[in-house]
Design a binder for this molecule. Structure first.
Ligand SMILES: *Cc1c(COP(=O)(O)O)cnc(C)c1O
Length: 223
């Protein structure tokens, strides 16, 4: 097995207080997750509904699962019964569907709004203006089964550290803006999810509260 235990501790040792690790286990087998679990890791992230559903059935029940991928509205119903956070909400339609399904299960599902800041067209997420419009509409306040806990983004996949830093800092500034305007009274709106294997050490300098790390812990994914 890839040296999950050593890698996990090496990552954890690099995280300052206040930054949580979401161990991204997509495309990795249960035994890798169990190895990290045995070391105390409880929060894992997955990006495929079917794969996650299979893992949930067999792995310990006290794992907190984060859904980190692009989520199709027709699949929300499968994960809502147990998901602890849906990180990449990228449309109002998706938010409405989460509310609808979570209501059926009498749950409150934590979500993050995904921002599209990176240069790549391929990435999902709200522009700053679309995110402002969503929050300004106030519709989310009438969704008692959805709790918006913060923001998530992926920086451009480039070697240019200054570019990555600039994008993450713009997300952090945007967080401050919406926090002040819409969530000043909500102490649970506090999450800034940015930083992956190649850029998490930049992210922790850019006010990240959650890093999503896969490859550095579990090795290359086998698709
Ligand atoms: C796969 C994935 C990660 C983890 O990427 P690594 O480079 O393996 O650390 C983080 N965030 C999202 C949204 C992902 O899809």
């Amino acid at each position: 097995m890839y040296d999950v235990v050593t890698n996990l501790h090496s990552v954890l040792n690099k995280l300052p207080n206040g930054v949580r690790l979401i161990a991204i286990s997509k495309y990795h087998p249960n035994e890798y997750i169990e190895a990290a679990y045995a070391e105390g890791q409880r929060v894992f992230g997955e990006s495929q509904v079917q794969e996650l559903s299979q893992k949930v059935e067999t792995l310990p029940k006290d794992i907190e699962w984060h859904f980190i991928g692009h989520l199709q509205t027709n699949k929300v119903k499968y994960i809502v019964p147990y998901i602890s956070m849906i990180e990449a909400v990228d449309s109002v339609k998706l938010l409405r569907e989460i509310e609808k399904q979570a209501a059926k299960h009498d749950r409150v599902v934590n979500v993050l709004l995904e921002l599209h800041i990176a240069q790549e067209e391929s990435k999902y997420g709200f522009s700053f203006d679309d995110c402002r419009a969503l929050l300004e509409s106030g519709e989310w306040k009438k969704m008692p089964h959805v709790h918006i806990s913060g923001l998530m983004m992926m920086a451009s996949n480039v070697g240019d550290e200054a570019q990555i830093r600039k994008e993450m800092l713009s997300a952090a500034d945007f967080f401050d803006e919406v926090k002040q305007k819409y969530f000043a009274d909500d102490s649970a709106f506090k999450e800034r999810s940015w930083g992956m294997s190649h850029d998490y050490q930049i992210a922790v300098q850019c006010r990240s509260t959650m890093v999503r790390i896969g490859t550095t812990i579990f090795g290359p994914r086998i698709y």
